[in-house]
Design a protein around this ligand. Structure first.
Ligand SMILES: Cc1cc2nc3c(=O)[nH]c(=O)nc-3n(C[C@H](O)[C@H](O)[C@H](O)COP(=O)(O)O)c2cc1C
Length: 376
């Protein structure tokens, strides 16, 4: 399974793991893959602590960091959070409050509300050009960070230049064939072609269709990783067959012992079917593939207020989500997850997932080899 990207980045397997959880990043990296920490929700101080911990646990291996550092920002990026809160219409607040009250979901204790508000403020800070650069500076102070991925759009020229000087590879997420050429022109070296099946913010095109388009647009200079719908070794084989140099997985780690989800949240994942990983705007105002719940669906009903733009919808949603988790209400719980959520039915460990995927990959290759008449 070794491909050229393994040589370039210094890992044994082209299995990339996106996670907001440092334990997942460490375990994937130690198992020969390449862990990438989703950093955009951390303050610079928190990120420093997370990366120091990862450095201490990965036995000198390389790993990556994912930040939201596009060239163009939404116009709200420079608005302070207090001002943003004022922009949430009463109608929208009332809709969410009424929904939770009718469902009997208790309000948060004041200290919990304050903690969530602080998290939102810090998260918002990272969505500005200065905030993203602060996170980048923290990441670059850790020499084991060998890949920085920009989550929403091509990274700006000064960032590309700095990363190249420091010999850190530059990656970017991509949901359309035409975005690949833009990333390539911006100096991106690794493109994550993420299909609509994926958890999180996704576009409309399926991985099977997107990956060959991106590979074709990139030529040999840029490595393409396939993302969306990959949780088994046979899917890794398919991704490599489409021309990808590796796979980038997110959902499959959510059900592991190491994941950031608590037992209640994991149980929801285990019970969710593929068709219940739906694309909705309820969480951020942009389409996110997430598990369906009464909360996600309420916003889709006739008479519901229109979705607010990012980040206003997210500010409104985050507090409601915290109330739902605290009340352990499965019927109201939604979390980003891809269609492969339907293939995850019980808790395992990251190490088990890595081992199983390699075994399945070998079995698949053996099956394919037998299809070649010259082999029989
Ligand atoms: C819970 C969750 C949160 C995610 N958050 C981000 C993010 O902050 N930045 C990002 O680039 N991708 C994010 N993604 C998308 C992943 O990077 C990845 O492309 C996707 O999970 C791959 O598809 P899969 O879900 O089918 O494995 C997230 C995915 C999940 C499941």
């Amino acid at each position: 399974m070794r491909t050229p990207i393994c040589e370039k980045l210094g890992c044994e397997l082209p299995i990339f793991a996106f996670s907001h959880c440092r334990d997942v990043v460490v375990e994937v990296t130690k198992a020969g893959g390449f862990g990438v920490l989703g950093a955009s929700t951390f303050s610079p101080e928190q990120l420093e602590a997370e990366l120091r911990w990862i450095d201490q646990h990965v036995d000198g291996r390389p790993y990556g960091v994912d930040v939201i550092i596009p060239t163009k920002y939404d116009k709200e990026a420079e608005t302070t959070t207090e001002d943003l809160e004022k922009l949430i219409p009463d109608e929208h607040r009332a809709f969410m409050d009424r929904l939770l009250a009718e469902e009997g979901v208790p309000e948060l204790p004041p200290d919990e509300r304050e903690r969530i508000h602080k998290e939102i403020v810090e998260g918002r800070g990272n969505m500005t050009p200065d905030g993203a650069r602060r996170l980048l500076r923290v990441a670059l102070a850790h020499p084991q960070v060998k890949l920085v991925v920009s989550a929403l759009g091509s990274p700006p020229p000064d960032v590309v230049e700095e990363l190249r000087e420091r010999k850190v590879m530059i990656g970017a997420m991509c949901g359309k064939g035409e975005h690949a050429a833009r990333h390539k022109a911006a100096g991106v070296q690794v493109i994550v072609a993420q299909g609509t099946e994926a958890g999180g913010h996704t576009g409309d095109i399926a991985t099977m269709v997107l990956v060959p388009q991106v590979v074709e647009a990139c030529g040999d200079e840029v490595a393409v990783l396939a993302a969306g719908g990959i949780a088994k070794g046979s899917q890794i084989a398919a991704a490599l067959a489409l021309g990808a140099q590796g796979v980038w997985c997110g959902t499959v780690w959510l059900g592991t012992r190491e994941s950031e989800l608590d037992p209640f949240e994991k149980q929801v994942m285990f019970e969710t079917r593929s068709e219940d990983a739906v694309r909705r705007k309820a969480r951020t105002g942009k389409t996110v593939r997430m598990t369906r719940s009464k909360l996600s669906e309420a916003w889709e009903q006739p008479g519901a207020p229109k979705y607010l733009p990012t980040p206003l919808q997210g500010i409104l949603y985050n507090e409601a989500h915290a109330r739902v988790v605290r009340a352990k209400r499965k019927d109201l719980y939604s979390f980003p997850a891809g269609q492969v959520v339907g293939m995850i039915n019980e808790e395992t460990s990251v190490r088990d997932v890595m081992y199983r995927m390699q075994l399945e990959y070998l079995e698949t290759m053996e099956r394919l080899r037998k299809l070649d008449p010259s082999e029989s």
